[in-house]
Design a protein around this ligand. Structure first.
Ligand SMILES: C[S@@+](CC[C@H](N)C(=O)[O-])C[C@H]1O[C@@H](n2cnc3c(N)ncnc32)[C@H](O)[C@@H]1O
Length: 210
């Protein structure tokens, strides 16, 4: 077995035993990531009945499921991903690359004239394990999500993004502070201990000053 296939086998083995993977299967969630959003929401109270939510990097749909459930029939939830997402009642789903203009146009068209209360992004590039290439790609996605949030959020709205500790993150936090009154960093229990993943939340959107 090569070193790479050995580590993939180890990952699969750990994944199969992971408490959140087992819980998600039992409770009907599409991914273990659902528990991250549930914990974040429990702490910060982002998802309420009637909330208009854009979920970026939504596949397979674990966060979208939570958003639909919490925002109810008066809410509006759009999930977008590069990958197919199985239909999910109560959500509008878009397949496409968020970095592409035409996909952004599609998202804007779906929103019609709604103002967005909350943008959530769990987008992550395919990680190669090499920080020098992974980190700039991850930062790029978060910068785009921040730009999108700044052009669609209502005043007082919020932006939650998956980020990775490392180069460029402090600058990103500075950019978030320029447009949001409150900034919080949060590592949910379901976020794997070894990972550099951290969720950054901007609340009380004040309008873009960038
Ligand atoms: C960690 S997964 C999201 C899990 C999801 N929040 C859930 O609860 O099921 C990250 C997702 O980001 C998506 N992604 C990465 N880059 C993207 C891009 N440029 N446009 C759209 N989606 C992207 C990936 O395809 C992947 O499905």
């Amino acid at each position: 077995m090569t070193k790479k296939s050995k580590s993939s086998a180890q990952w699969l083995n750990d994944h199969e035993k992971d408490e959140y993977v087992l819980r998600a299967r039992r409770e009907g969630y599409r991914s273990r990531a659902s528990y991250k959003l549930l914990e974040i929401d429990e702490k910060f109270g982002l998802l309420r009945p009637g909330t208009v939510v854009v979920d970026l990097g939504a596949a397979p749909g674990g966060w979208t499921q939570i958003a639909v459930k919490k925002c109810g029939p008066k809410g509006f939830v759009v999930g977008l991903d590069l990958l197919d997402i199985d239909p999910l009642e109560g959500a509008v789903l878009i397949k496409g690359d968020f970095t592409e203009e035409k996909v952004l146009d599609e998202l804007t068209a779906v929103l019609e004239d709604r103002t967005v209360d909350l943008v959530i992004s769990d987008m992550a590039p395919n990680l190669s394990g090499m920080k020098e290439t992974d980190q700039p790609r991850a930062i790029y996605l978060t910068e785009l999500a921040l730009d999108f949030a700044c052009s669609t959020l209502r005043p007082g709205g919020a932006l939650l993004m998956k980020c990775f500790e490392g180069s460029g993150l402090d600058e990103l936090r500075g950019d978030i502070r320029n447009s949001f009154k409150q900034l919080s960093n949060f590592k949910p229990k379901a976020s794997r201990g070894k990972s550099r993943e951290i969720y950054v939340l901007g609340r009380q959107f004040e309008g873009s000053r960038a």
